[in-house]
Design a protein around this ligand. Structure first.
Ligand SMILES: Nc1ncnc2c1ncn2[C@@H]1O[C@H](COP(=O)(O)OP(=O)(O)OP(=O)(O)O)[C@@H](O)[C@H]1O
Length: 246
């Protein structure tokens, strides 16, 4: 057991339920992310992965349970206050601003209250994703899918997050681009100790990258373990690693 295992979790989700009207999307979810970890949540389409990520960000709100971030109860906090705690989200479908340039998109990600390290942070994301520097004056909407994903992650990084939430960064991208993006996430974690919560349908890459993983089925966590343990489990292999996905 490493030192990180005994420290209190940075993010602690306990008994969380979320509803969309009468539909119950999350059913008593328990999950932890410790500082310095990459934790992944895998599951099929519609399992509730995005709902959990959005519930952490306060929209939709949990109808039961508790979410603590660094010991602070954020369960009923408005989203903008949660973001102020430096939780940054790169949502599913990227959602960059298509009419703004790459540079303007990155500006939108930076803290509006403290611009003292803007230049340094910009240089950092341009070093991580050199293609964004090349395209800095280009409109976001004209970028390729992979470049838009890089921009979405880079924009989230501009706020110097203590926790980075990534929703399906591999969605619709060519395997080579997925590999490149996952390498950058791994490097950010190794070199800077960035804490990452990664939601993915691409279970192979996610479990390879993550220290720990959780499996979600129909709004409930059904399995958890280290990335390598889950990758080795027959139930995971047969349900989520069907031929060709990796
Ligand atoms: N805005 C909404 N209104 C009503 N039901 C919703 C809404 N968003 C999601 N759901 C339902 O909640 C359940 C969980 O959806 P969610 O998008 O969280 O799953 P997911 O695991 O992220 O799937 P995907 O990988 O397809 O995004 C599904 O049954 C979905 O139909």
């Amino acid at each position: 057991m490493s030192a990180a295992d005994s420290s209190p979790p940075l993010l602690s989700v306990r008994g969380v339920e979320t509803h969309y009207g009468k539909i119950i999307a999350l059913r008593g979810v328990d999950l932890d992310v410790r500082s310095g970890e990459i934790v992944t949540l895998i599951g099929a389409n519609g399992a509730g992965k995005s709902t959990l990520m959005m519930t952490i960000c306060g929209n939709p709100r949990a109808s039961a349970g508790t979410i603590l971030f660094d010991g602070i109860d954020i369960t009923r906090m408005p989203t903008h206050e949660i973001m102020r705690l430096r939780i940054a989200q790169s949502p599913e479908g990227r959602r960059i601003f298509p009419r703004m340039t790459v540079f303007e998109n990155l500006q939108m990600g930076a803290s509006i209250t403290d611009l003292s390290h803007f230049d340094e942070d910009l240089e950092r994301v341009y070093t991580l994703f050199p293609v964004l520097k090349k395209r800095s004056a280009q409109r976001g909407g004209t970028l390729s899918g992979g470049e838009q994903q890089m921009l979405a992650i880079a924009r989230a990084l501009m706020s110097r997050p203590r926790l980075l939430l990534l929703d399906e960064p591999s969605l619709g991208l060519a395997p080579l681009i997925v590999k490149q993006i996952f390498e950058v996430i791994g490097e950010l974690n190794r070199v800077e100790g960035l804490t990452v919560f990664l939601v993915e349908q691409n279970a192979y890459h996610a479990l390879k990258l993550a220290h720990r993983g959780y499996v979600m089925v129909n709004g409930s966590i059904t399995m958890s373990g280290s990335g390598s343990e889950l990758l080795a489990r027959e139930e995971v292999r047969s349900a989520y690693l069907e031929g060709g996905r990796h």
